[in-house]
Design a protein around this ligand. Structure first.
Ligand code: S3P
Length: 177
């Protein structure tokens, strides 16, 4: 059977990409990759440490290389770092090699996520998050094929919605997910 294109999950930090991605893996049986996790594994360093030591551009180059690798493989769920959409090449590559799902949420929902993220260091408040989201919005718009608002939705339901909209066959394990 022909391999399908990747499912790319994009969206601002904390919208729930990681959790939705996990459910998508369980429901489809596809392999799942998280670009941040691949970077951490390859460099054996945490993301904040990489930013601090080598800077954002270095991190973005790693991110683009990983995207290139997985774009070639296909039939994977790729959970992307929130800033992957900043580079035009990344946006083009995702569109060409799969379907790009934008998950979106309000600044308040993101604020409540609370994970350690270098770009929000010292600015972890809904106002700052809102401003940064607005700056990035045009890139998310350009990158997306489909948008799903995740506020007040269970991540598992978001995963079901994606599967339904893309008409991807389920692996038959939905009751365990
Ligand atoms: C970033 C988002 C993070 C991580 C890095 C930069 C961004 O990923 O890649 O801290 O620029 O939005 P998550 O979206 O998974 O938090």
């Amino acid at each position: 059977m022909k391999k399908q294109g990747n499912i790319y999950l994009i969206g601002f930090m904390g919208v729930g990409k990681t959790t939705v991605s996990k459910y998508l893996r369980e429901l489809t049986g596809w392999e799942e990759v998280d670009t941040d996790k691949v970077i951490v594994r390859k460099k054996n360093m945490g993301i904040p440490e990489i930013f601090e030591k080598y800077g954002e551009n270095y991190f973005r180059n790693l991110e683009s290389h990983i995207l290139e690798d997985y774009a070639k493989k296909g039939q994977r769920i790729v959970s992307c770092g929130g800033g992957i959409i900043l580079r035009e090449n990344n946006r083009k590559l995702m569109k060409k090699s799969g379907t790009v799902i934008l998950l979106s949420a309000t600044p308040q929902t993101i604020y409540e996520d609370g994970k350690d993220r270098p770009l929000l260091n010292g600015n972890m408040n809904p106002d700052y998050i809102g401003k940064m989201m607005q700056e990035r919005q045009p890139y998310y718009e350009k990158a997306k094929d489909i948008e799903i608002v995740t506020d007040e939705k269970a991540p598992k339901d978001v995963a079901f919605e994606i599967i339904e909209r893309l008409q991807i066959p389920m692996a038959g394990k939905e009751e365990e997910a």
